[in-house]
Write a protein that binds this ligand. Structure first.
Ligand SMILES: [Zn+2]
Ligand SMILES: [Zn+2]
Length: 90
């Protein structure tokens, strides 16, 4: 099991990403402790590719070259969240 798959509770603020409980001092995705594999923010504009939220400074965040790595991590985040969201139906 990869390290990021074990990540669940933020060591900084104690926020539980699985249960969505705890003191959320850092927003999900912006948490400084979040593993690189779960980073879904564009390096350049901090656009969130998972929630598709943010204020992209690039013309098209969906194709922005700075976000290539982050976009590739969206799949990781989906799989990761599914591990502790068993009620999710697709
Ligand atoms: Zn945190
Ligand atoms: Zn960008």
């Amino acid at each position: 099991m990869a390290k990021w798959e074990d990540f669940r509770t933020c060591p900084g603020c104690g926020y539980d990403f699985g249960l969505d409980t705890g003191e959320r001092s850092c927003h999900y995705g912006r948490c400084p402790y979040i593993p690189e594999e779960l980073n879904v923010l564009c390096d350049q504009c901090r656009f969130d590719f998972y929630s598709m939220e943010g204020n992209p400074s690039c013309q098209d965040p969906a194709t922005c070259e700075h976000g290539a790595e982050a976009r590739g991590n969206v799949e990781n985040v989906r799989a990761w969240r599914e591990m502790f969201l068993p009620q999710t139906t697709t």
